[in-house]
Design a protein around this ligand. Structure first.
Ligand code: NAP
Length: 282
């Protein structure tokens, strides 16, 4: 019988702990401030930004939103980031991706001060993850690790398969499982015989951006399956990368979509922002 890994429940416990800490900080005259930049009017980005703002409100952070028109130039965006970098009262800076095509995502990420890079996308912070000495971890992989630890799922010695190798999910996720002594395989679109690889996995994390990609025949009995995907199915319904209804029957633990990794990502953003505050105010 499978168990659901409840991202709403776990994220609520993380946010409640942060909320209590922020209350204490506020009573001592401190404020924690996250600046969120959104360029253009992509509806999915708007939903993500609204959810992040809601979480900031809940935990007691100040959240400054910079909603810029799609015509914003790279120079203008870099100027704004420069100003936010300089401000002592801004602890975290998040620039919602993807940016319009005329703006170079990498240049923007590189411009954010490393101690305010709460998404942990910069080369500096990514490099620190690589060597296992990090302050910030990208929010989605951090959220998955938190779910695993909450449900007492030990990664040590397990066969872990990460399907997907993006910079924001797949690569850091694989690294974190390796730091916890998992034996990690990273699969991607050139991987041959994927099913043979996933059928040996104790833990499978899927981030491929494809509706119902992971099917029951790809999973061994008793596996832990983590679905990072956030897609719309043929009826416009939010769904993940896992064929949940069939796969769940073979799992010991599985995350749902929605209500699994998504809420964890936001809770980890709050955690990173609070950490940024402490780093900047030792
Ligand atoms: P991405 O940048 O589009 O990367 C997708 C990865 O999947 C690539 O590495 C690609 O391989 C691999 N892939 C594609 N087809 C494959 C196949 N047939 N077999 C094996 N691998 C295959 O995606 P992402 O940014 O990592 O996001 C992945 C999913 O997670 C999306 O649905 C996204 O919306 C979701 N997401 C959710 C959250 C959350 O908070 N829940 C956060 C971030 C992302 P190649 O490298 O070879 O092309």
């Amino acid at each position: 019988m499978y168990k659901i890994m409840d991202g709403k429940l776990v994220s609520a416990s993380v946010k409640d702990r942060i909320r209590a800490e922020v209350k204490e900080l506020n009573s001592n005259g401190h404020q924690v401030n996250l600046a969120v930049i959104i360029v253009g009017d992509d509806p999915a980005s708007r939903v993500y930004v609204n959810n992040k703002k809601k979480a900031c409100e809940y935990v007691g952070f100040v959240s400054e939103e910079y909603a810029l028109p799609v015509s914003t130039s790279q120079e203008e965006l870099l100027t704004l980031i420069g100003e936010l970098n300089e401000r002592r009262d801004v602890n975290g800076i998040l620039c919602q991706l993807p940016l319009p095509p005329h703006i170079d995502d990498a240049a923007i990420i590189a411009a954010i001060a490393v101690e305010k890079d709460v998404d942990a996308f910069s080369a500096h912070n990514v490099g620190k993850i690589m060597i296992g000495d990090y302050d910030f971890v990208p929010c989605t992989p951090a959220g998955v690790m938190k779910l695993l630890s909450f449900y007492d799922i030990d990664v040590d010695g397990k066969n872990c398969v990460m399907i997907g190798r993006s910079n924001i999910v797949g690569k850091p996720m694989a690294m974190l499982m390796m730091h916890k002594n998992g034996t990690v395989t990273i699969a991607h679109s050139h991987t041959r015989n994927l099913k043979e690889i996933t059928r040996r996995a104790d833990i499978v994390v899927v981030a491929v951006r494809k509706v119902r990609f992971l099917t029951a025949d790809m999973v061994k009995e008793g596996a832990v399956v983590i679905d990072v995907g956030m897609n719309r199915d043929e009826n416009g319904k939010l769904c993940g990368d896992v064929d949940f209804d069939s796969v769940k029957e073979k799992c010991s633990y599985i995350t749902p979509v929605p209500g699994g990794v998504g809420p964890m990502t936001i809770a980890m953003l709050m955690q990173n922002t609070l950490k940024a505050f402490y780093i900047q105010n030792p």
